[in-house]
Design a protein around this ligand. Structure first.
Ligand SMILES: NC(=O)c1ccc[n+]([C@@H]2O[C@H](COP(=O)([O-])OP(=O)(O)OC[C@H]3O[C@@H](n4cnc5c(N)ncnc54)[C@H](O)[C@@H]3O)[C@@H](O)[C@H]2O)c1
Ligand SMILES: [Zn+2]
Ligand SMILES: [Zn+2]
Length: 365
């Protein structure tokens, strides 16, 4: 069918909002009319020369909307409101053990833009083949095709245009705290970088009952937002006394930390500011090498890479929605909406920090 999509035609060029031909839903697939789709930092990776998802490509991996067509055997019916998340194979050891974010096919299914077939699935008006399976959805568009494992049905009475970011950035921050790190009540937590992922982590640490929650960033406005969302302390990331201050705030080092900055010096400081046996989770994309002295981890310290908060989206997203309904997880405060046609402005505002979580709304004029 003919849809309108923001197509990245080459790494350095602006997106082109154009008509694209998308195939009908195949077995297990659904076509979703997109109500809103978040802009995540991972969406800029196809702009990096040599990255595994070459343009032309339709990005977007935080879509939410309503199913308008369903292929044979699709898990949800036409008319169902859904949030779209990451894709997984469903039959590897990690998928079968309840850890689909560590699926053996994660990179192929999500980060090549081409999915399991390895081929572009959409066509531009000029006949060009366009990759349209980015994170199993490619939702910078009026419509997206999703597979059986990355569609999450939700209740009918929700503000669908705001829910897309639950599918990646918000799930990553909250899941890292509640699922991957398993933060305990009464513990101490430091979150490095309080953009969308870090602020979701701050809210989740509050829910988990952590009693000391420190936020670290270079952006004073974001530190202010962190305090409003549950941080008990804030520290500037460029402080010369960063480690000392955090060790003092946490009375001997943090039990848990989460790095969302991907800055090697910040990660190294985060390891130093852990208490013995503490764990730091790393979620930032594109980090360069970290140089560590052999003794840096000797006090039983742990470093854990985390994808998508180690969540099962169909289980975790409904929980986050319920916490939001109870007023305990106000992620909607992070959202700024833009028409799909203003995707360049959304990308710019995400890069400068002017918007914490831009959400593109195809229906917004
Ligand atoms: N692992 C996953 O599954 C997953 C999922 C979603 C996003 N991500 C990645 O997580 C990262 C964070 O995403 P986001 O949307 O929150 O991005 P963001 O840019 O909004 O947040 C990063 C924050 O780090 C801060 N920062 C940068 N340098 C700093 C420094 N030296 N000291 C302190 N703070 C510093 C920035 O000011 C910013 O507020 C990105 O790299 C994104 O690609 C990973
Ligand atoms: Zn798998
Ligand atoms: Zn993402």
């Amino acid at each position: 069918m003919q849809i309108e999509a923001a197509v990245l035609r080459s790494p350095a060029r602006p997106y082109a909002v154009e008509q694209v031909d998308l195939p009908d839903p195949g077995p297990g697939q659904v076509l979703v009319a997109i109500a809103g789709t978040g802009f995540c930092h991972t969406d800029v990776l196809p702009r990096v020369p040599g990255f595994m998802a070459p343009p032309p490509l339709i990005g977007g991996h935080e879509g939410a909307g309503v199913v308008t067509a369903a292929g044979p055997g699709a898990p949800v019916a036409v008319g169902t409101p859904v949030v779209l998340s990451f894709d997984s194979c469903g039959h590897c050891e990690q998928c079968l053990s309840g850890h689909p974010a560590y699926c053996a096919q994660f990179f192929r299914l999500n980060l090549t833009g081409r999915g399991a077939t390895g081929a572009p699935t959409a066509r531009g008006g000029d006949g060009t083949a366009i990759s349209a399976r980015w994170f199993g959805q490619s939702s910078f568009a009026t419509h997206a095709l999703a597979g059986p494992r990355n569609v999450v049905p939700v209740a009918a009475d929700l503000p669908l245009e705001l829910l897309g970011p639950l599918g990646c950035g918000i799930q990553t921050g909250a899941g890292s705290i509640l699922l991957a790190l398993g933060v305990q009540a009464g513990s101490t937590v430091v979150v490095y970088g309080v953009g969308a992922v870090g602020l979701a982590a701050i809210m989740a640490a509050t829910i988990a009952g952590a009693t000391t929650i420190a936020a670290v960033d270079l952006h004073d406005g974001r530190l202010e937002t962190a305090l409003e969302l549950g941080a008990t302390h804030v520290v500037r990331g460029d402080s010369d006394r960063l480690v000392k201050e955090l060790v003092s705030i946490t009375r001997g080092g943090a039990h848990y930390a989460l790095d969302t900055t991907a800055v090697p010096q910040v990660i190294a400081a985060g390891i130093d500011a852990l208490r013995p046996t503490g764990t730091i989770g790393l979620v930032g994309a594109g980090a360069r090498e970290i140089v560590l002295a052999p003794s840096a981890l000797s006090a039983g310290k742990n470093v854990m890479g985390i994808l998508e908060g180690d969540a099962v989206p169909q289980v975790f997203l409904p929980r986050l929605i319920e916490l939001w309904q109870q007023g305990r997880f106000p992620f909607d405060r992070l959202v700024t909406t833009y028409p799909l046609s203003e995707i360049e402005r959304a990308e710019h505002d995400a890069a400068t920090g002017a918007a914490i979580k831009p959400v593109l709304v195809p229906g917004k004029g």
